[in-house]
Design a protein around this ligand. Structure first.
Ligand code: SF4
Ligand code: SF4
Ligand code: FES
Length: 564
């Protein structure tokens, strides 16, 4: 079916609305209440367009394109209507921009600037309403800023299907409220702040944290569960300050869950492993032979003599801690000795990237002749109807495909603990449960017996993790891994979609990504040096593991690709 918009002829499917047809042609029609993921409300009137032979302007969001339709989105009549709508919306809108979290990404600001009248004739006192209303665990509402587009109401009815919100009262007293006795506490409530076109709904955890124009949005994926929702990491001053959903119709559409959205907050807890640890290194004896963090402070000019050096960005070393190079040396020495005495076993993690699993798998096979690999699973709750998966690991499917492709048979923690108890195992290298900073109650079930068995057998346990865990508490050597936001790599979601996870955050540890730790151990154990980055490691993986055959980072693009 053909229609013309602003003089351009377009062909669209029957049933396409004018706003979608314009979108297809790259013509932007300003709108507030329309959202592609919600039903049509048609209440804001911001999308008015002129259609030939129609006596009045029509709203583009609900008008279905017809054969031969001639539409103008930029005529003087449309311009006049846009002016009027914006003047109307701004009548009672407070002058909150200087303190509003939405400033910088506010549709009211943007449209007022782009399409608005640039003046107000309104001299009367504005209507005042409740501000900072605590609507739920994560959401605060400001009624003065609300333009009653009803997107949030429709989200709760149609997407989360929890229906907590309603527009109550009439006329200029109309406002958003939760039904009596209800709170906006559904597992997807954060999306209401994303789709609110103005600063009426804001996320408590991001309120007043940073002006949005200082955020660098890095495309990545959530590591909170096996879904792998596409996200934008809002990074400022070396830290993630918010995660927002990035549209991917094959994975998460426009949404993400609250738990995943706030998973980044766990990254800045006190349990981060910042330095390597080697049992037997104590006090100044350990740190004394190596440069301590505070000694690595800047060389001060003479005029500052007596001024204490700036603290190390990672934090001071504590007794028993050492630099990564010393940790790698100690680990390589222990593994070399164990290799000569018997078997060395490996524990993998469904929270590590594909690149990590591959590099560690290669090390296990080529230098230690491994034929088995222990792989824990981390589960909580149930899969829901929308996005949430009970598998709280972003890469179980990838780990299984790679370990299988390398010929490593997957075994349980109990099986490995049994073999350790039998005396056949002389050392264990284990990826810990907290590589992405996310804990689940079941991780102790897997790691405690294993660590206890290793301790009882008196064999070295080399733990690689980013945060403290039941494993690192009992390990003889702990190597700090870089974590979410600090590393590049890929995860394979439960549907086999391989997607890139991206860096952008300053490392919070003297650590390395797991694949680099594996390379460094291999080099110290006699393999030729291989200092490849994540991209090259992925190419090697794709060349060796048939399921990933032909894939490259370029082919994954922003939306990922499904493995065979
Ligand atoms: S709170 Fe935001 S999303 Fe909800 S009706 Fe008001 S402006 Fe629209
Ligand atoms: S559903 Fe899973 S992947 Fe998506 S945001 Fe939530 S935790 Fe993250
Ligand atoms: S976007 Fe069409 S009426 Fe609101």
């Amino acid at each position: 079916m053909k229609l013309t918009i602003n003089g351009r002829e377009l062909e669209v499917e029957p049933g396409t609305t004018v706003i979608r047809a314009a979108e297809k042609a790259g013509i932007f029609v300003p709108h507030y209440c329309y959202h592609a993921g919600l039903s049509i409300a048609g209440n804001c009137r911001m999308c008015l367009v002129e259609i030939e032979k129609m006596p009045k302007l029509a709203i583009a969001c609900s008008t279905v394109a017809a054969e031969g339709m001639v539409v103008r989105t930029d005529s003087p009549k449309v311009k006049e209507a846009q002016d009027a709508i914006l003047e109307f919306l701004l009548i009672n809108h407070p002058l909150d921009c200087p303190i509003c979290d939405q400033a910088g990404e506010c549709r009211l600001q943007e449209f007022a600037f782009q399409f608005g009248p640039a003046r107000s004739r309104f001299l009367e006192e504005k209507n005042h309403g409740p501000k900072s209303v605590d609507l739920g665990r994560h959401i605060v509402f400001d009624s003065e800023r609300c333009i009653l587009c009803s997107r949030c109401v429709r989200f709760c009815q149609e997407v989360s299907k929890t229906g907590e919100l309603v527009i109550s009262h009439r006329g200029d007293h109309a406002t958003i409220e939760t039904y009596p006795g209800m709170r906006l506490d559904n597992p997807y409530s954060g999306n209401t702040a994303d789709i609110c076109p103005v600063g009426a709904l804001t996320l408590k955890e991001f309120r007043f944290q940073q002006r949005v124009w200082f955020l660098k949005d890095t495309p990545s994926v959530c590591a909170g569960c096996a879904r792998g929702c596409n996200v934008l990491s809002g990074i400022s001053k070396g830290r993630i300050l918010r995660l927002t959903p990035r549209e991917n119709q094959d994975v998460n559409r426009w949404w993400m869950c609250d738990e995943g959205r706030l998973s980044y907050t766990k990254l800045y807890g006190p349990s981060r492993i910042r330095w390597a640890r080697v049992e037997g290194l104590t006090g100044a004896g350990a740190a004394g032979s190596l440069p301590t963090a505070s000694e690595e402070g800047p060389v001060l000019p003479k005029m500052n003599e007596g001024v204490p050096p700036a603290p190390h960005p990672i934090g001071a070393m504590r007794p028993g801690e050492t630099v990564m190079a010393a940790g790698l040396e100690a680990a390589a020495k222990a593994l070399e000795a164990a290799r000569t005495a018997g078997r060395v076993e490996f524990v993998f993690s469904p929270r590590a990237t594909n690149e990590d699993i591959y590099a560690l798998g290669k090390l296990a096979k080529e230098l230690f002749g491994a034929d088995r690999a222990a792989l824990p699973s981390f589960e909580r709750g149930e899969d829901d109807f929308l996005l949430i998966r009970k598998d709280k690991s972003p890469n179980r499917a990838g780990a299984l495909a790679i370990l299988g492709g390398l010929g490593l048979a997957v075994e349980t923690g109990a099986e490995l603990a049994g073999r350790i108890a039998s005396g056949a195992v002389k050392a264990v290298v284990a990826l810990g449960p907290n590589l992405m900073g996310l804990e689940t109650a079941d991780q102790a079930e897997f790691f405690e017996p294993l660590a206890v068995a290793a301790q009882a057998a008196g064999i070295p346990l080399v733990a690689i993790d980013a945060f403290e865990s039941p494993l690192t508490a009992r390990a003889r050597i702990v190597l700090p891994a870089l974590t979410y936001g600090e590393l590049e790599g890929t995860f394979t979601n439960f549907e086999g979609r391989v997607q890139r996870v991206r860096s952008g955050v300053a490392p919070g540890a003297d650590g390395l990504p797991v694949y680099r730790i594996a390379q460094e151990l291999a080099r110290r154990l006699g393999q030729p040096p291989a200092r490849t980055g994540a991209q090259e490691t992925f190419s090697a993986l794709a060349a060796e593991v048939p399921a990933f055959g032909g894939l490259t980072y370029a082919k994954l693009g922003g939306k990922g690709a499904v493995i065979a």
